[in-house]
Design a protein around this ligand. Structure first.
Ligand code: ADP
Ligand code: MG
Length: 440
């Protein structure tokens, strides 16, 4: 008989491959199985805010996954874990000041697997953590989702903090929220104090500052204040700062004036190394054939998170059956995972327009028209998102493609979908489906 904790851990393993990376990290990672009484399965959350979010957004998926794992129909109840501070939304956005090595200790240099795809970023991060402000300032790490940017950023934070430096680490959203709150509450001095009196400032996912000129301006001044006094800046983003077209040129040139290092998708050898390291870390005995299979199953473009998710799924499967993971079991466990797809995609603005129209079963011309209803609007926004993500088409031309929409509408739509892809499973499903159709 498995404990509630074990059942929930298996459930988390399965959920990790089903929700977006940021949702998993934000809402699920720190939850815990507390007990199962009759048909009621209780899950502990770290905050009221997380509890409410999970209840509202993830309940039905969780029920489904739990049922798959336990074979029983259970009712899920989320509850704030005893001993946790209840937080509300506003407080959640306080930047985390890393005070001790325990902060973010899941992400260290020692458990970071180094290969051709990330060697430069790793070496630079190590240098920065040892001597902040000396070598590469700013250090800008960019690359696709799940490729280790946060891991490196957090490792820099913990290591620098262990070396006695003061570290402030925030996401772009937190930075923006803090900034807005400081204006509203007339506490701009405090804001400046917090971000300018630190040895190391880490700001993650800079792409979310796109379209926020005031936040960008504030970052610009913060940047100058720190840089001028040789304090270290570390930034991460989904692409090269120069490729962030909607970031002020004066800011993007500063962001790229130090070292810009890219993390790339792991090649096969690196995927194997990652899987072995993860299994070893968790003291799991797994056949080499299983690693080979998972590494094969996760395409070149797959990120490390997906790789880990696939491994967790196999392990959860094995633990349910009380057996060691075998190749057969791995095949069974990953049956539902999308198959490696090596066919080249044909992403051109017109092919995307057509694929979206097909998906929504509407005429491509209607996407160029003025008529607006929910379906048409969503379809247009997805066209914009995909064209911007998959092609080099400039914003103006995307506007033209859709019958002459202006640059700011295009940008707004892009950000809307970029956010929804992370928060809304229906939209993510549609976007993935269309991208897959484009490979056919
Ligand atoms: P990003 O911030 O780039 O989206 P993360 O840093 O959150 O990605 O990485 C996703 C997951 O993959 C994390 O659990 C992280 O620890 C793991 N990971 C990524 N790259 C590596 C690596 N080279 N070695 C070990 N773990 C890694
Ligand atoms: Mg990240």
């Amino acid at each position: 008989m498995r404990t509630a904790k074990e059942t929930w851990d298996a459930c988390k393993g399965a959920l990790q491959v089903q929700v977006s990376k940021s949702n998993f990290e934000t809402w699920l990672k720190d939850t815990e199985g507390i007990c199962c009484q009759g048909k009621r399965f209780v899950v502990g959350t770290p905050s009221t805010f997380a509890k409410e979010w999970l209840e509202k957004r993830l309940r039905s998926l969780v029920v489904k996954v739990l049922m798959g794992i336990t074979g029983q129909e259970l009712d899920v109840q989320f509850q704030v874990r005893p001993g946790q501070v209840s937080t509300h939304q506003g407080q959640d956005s306080t930047p985390r000041q890393l005070a001790s090595s325990t902060a973010g200790s899941r992400y260290t240099f020692s458990n970071f697997v180094v290969g051709d795809s990330n060697r430069l970023a790793y070496a630079a991060s190590l240098g920065v953590a040892e001597e902040p402000g000396r070598h590469y300032n700013p250090l800008f790490i960019h690359g696709g989702s799940g490729l280790g940017k946060t891991h490196l950023a957090q490792a820099i934070g913990s290591e620098a903090s262990d070396n006695g430096f003061q570290v402030v680490c925030v996401s772009s959203e937190q930075f923006t929220n803090e900034f807005i709150t400081s204006i509203r509450e007339k506490k701009t001095e405090e804001f400046r104090g917090k971000f300018r009196n630190t040895d190391v400032l880490i700001i993650e996912d800079i792409q979310f500052m796109v379209g926020k000129p005031q936040t960008q301006e504030t970052l610009f001044h913060t940047f100058n204040a720190l840089h001028d006094t040789s304090r270290q800046l570390v930034l991460t983003g989904d692409r090269h700062p120069k490729a962030m077209t909607a970031i002020e040129p004066s800011l993007s040139s500063r962001l790229s004036c130090g070292l810009v290092a890219q993390v790339q998708p792991p090649d096969r050898q690196m995927r194997l190394a990652l899987l072995r390291a993860r299994a070893e870390e968790q003291r799991m005995l797994i056949d080499e054939a299983v690693f080979e299979f998972i590494a094969q199953r996760c395409v070149e473009t797959a990120n490390v998170r997906e790789l880990e998710g696939a491994l967790s799924t196999v392990v959860a499967h094995a633990s349910l059956l009380n057996q060691r993971p075998t190749l057969e079991m791995a095949e069974q466990a990953l049956l539902g995972m999308p198959v490696a797809d090596a066919r080249p995609a044909t992403f051109t603005p017109t092919s995307i327009l057509k694929a979206v129209a097909d998906h929504f079963q509407i005429a491509p011309e209607s996407l160029k028209g003025r008529k607006r209803d929910r379906r048409l609007t969503l379809a247009r926004q997805i066209v914009i998102y995909l064209v911007r993500e998959k092609t080099n088409c400039p914003l103006q031309d995307i506007g033209k493609l859709l019958g002459g929409r202006d640059h700011s509408t295009v940008l707004r739509s892009y950000h809307k979908i970029a956010t929804m892809v992370n928060t809304d499973t229906t939209v993510r499903g549609k976007v993935n489906h269309i991208a897959t159709a484009l490979r056919a």
